[in-house]
Design a protein around this ligand. Structure first.
Ligand SMILES: *Cc1c(COP(=O)(O)O)cnc(C)c1O
Length: 378
């Protein structure tokens, strides 16, 4: 049994996006240099798309490294059959570290305490552990402060069981072309790398660029780039022409009921929508429990019969209403929340803008109740 509200995930589009990013960075890397490799970011259930299928599709497309938020996600990726390297971004202080060893995950070390815990865990198992070192260059979230490295790093670098595999940082404002912090972070990262070399460490690889930085500034690419959003076919701020992306996810449902509303009557909880003239509303069985934000009521649109149709009244937990006055619709007709129908398309970016949030949140909040259906790559 399958509910009629479905998320279709186009794995062929995902793989095409992976290759498009690869081609984009390769084309813009000077001939004498090696283009950056891709760390494909699949945290948060692959931005709501389903980590298992997405991880395997990305590996098919050539991804040698995946990245996730925590050890638990990394273990799930291994269980799903991911064979390449798996980088864990998150802090480790409250995690069971055994997954790192049992499932061959690569941790991020972002505090001196994490370094001690990793060293102790590796020593206790008689193992060596590769790790990526995170430098905080201004995001003020995770990472060793860029201006305190001479004090904080020597102990980590002296850890007998730990091998530095890469050094990275993360940008706070890559998607804001006017914000000066981006350039400042780039410069601080360069200085941090100098300091690290000055401490005698060999830095096998460096990385910094999320999707917005990939599109924005080739100087941030280094040895790896770390796209998330771009893989899913969403560009943070207008993709360049030579980075063609295809939307990966579409969200569809069906009309389950059609209702005639008389002037003066309200629709839905709170009677927030009042019909001024005779209206016809169609009820769609998807609501905020499915990740359709309550703020879409009165703000968002869907596609019905190839036309844009407004969401009216309050979004409820399991259903919402759209105004289909003047069209001929009946139960069973397709409703598109995200994706294409006829010549019209509603993008993740459009839905995010309608309710004042970011595309990431729209994708990540698509509910667990919604089945993901995979169109396999051919
Ligand atoms: C989520 C994340 C990314 C990917 O970000 P996008 O903006 O989706 O490309 C890259 N690096 C780190 C550290 C992240 O947490």
């Amino acid at each position: 049994m399958v509910r009629c509200t479905l998320a279709h995930v186009d794995l062929a589009a995902l793989e095409a996006n992976y290759r498009a990013i690869e081609a984009f960075v390769a084309a813009r890397t000077p001939p004498a240099r090696r283009p950056p490799a891709i760390i494909a970011v699949v945290k948060a259930n692959a931005y709501g798309h389903g980590a298992r299928h997405v991880a395997l599709a990305l590996e098919r497309a050539g991804a040698s490294t995946l990245a996730c938020a925590d050890i638990e996600e990394g273990v799930a990726l291994r269980r799903a059959g991911a064979r390449g390297r798996i980088l864990v971004f998150g802090a480790l202080s409250v995690s069971d570290l055994s997954g790192l060893f049992d499932d061959d995950l690569t941790p991020t070390c972002s505090t001196p305490g994490a370094g001690r815990a990793l060293q102790a865990a590796a020593a206790a198992r008689g193992r060596r552990l590769r790790y990526h070192l995170k430098i905080d260059t201004g995001l003020n979230r995770l990472g060793f402060r860029h201006d305190h490295l001479r004090a904080t790093l020597p102990e980590l670098f002296a850890s007998p069981n730990l091998d530095l595999a890469a050094v990275y940082t993360h940008f706070a404002t890559a998607d804001d072309p006017t914000h000066p912090l981006f350039d400042l972070q780039r410069q601080r990262f360069a200085a941090a790398l100098e300091t690290i070399r000055g401490l005698g460490a060999i830095v096998p690889a460096r990385h910094a660029a999320n999707s917005a930085a990939i599109v924005r500034d080739a100087r941030t690419w280094h040895d790896f780039v770390r796209p998330g959003l771009l893989l899913y076919g969403v560009s943070p701020a207008g993709a360049p022409a030579d980075l063609p992306l295809r939307p990966v996810l579409s969200l569809r449902s069906r009309i389950v009921s059609v209702k005639h509303v008389r002037p003066g009557e309200g629709v839905g909880y709170g009677a927030r929508f009042i019909a001024e003239t005779p209206r016809v509303v169609a009820i769609v069985p998807a609501g905020y429990a499915d990740g359709l934000d309550a703020r879409l009521g009165g703000r968002g649109q869907v596609l019905v019969g190839g036309r844009r149709t407004p969401i009216v009244g309050a979004v409820s937990m399991d259903m919402l209403a759209v105004d289909v006055t003047g069209t001929t619709v009946e139960p069973g007709d397709e409703v598109v929340f995200l994706g294409q129908q006829g010549g019209e398309r509603i993008t993740v970016a459009e839905m995010a803008a309608a309710i004042g949030t970011i595309p990431y949140e729209i994708l990540c909040r698509i509910g667990a109740r919604i089945e993901r259906v995979y169109d396999e790559a051919r």
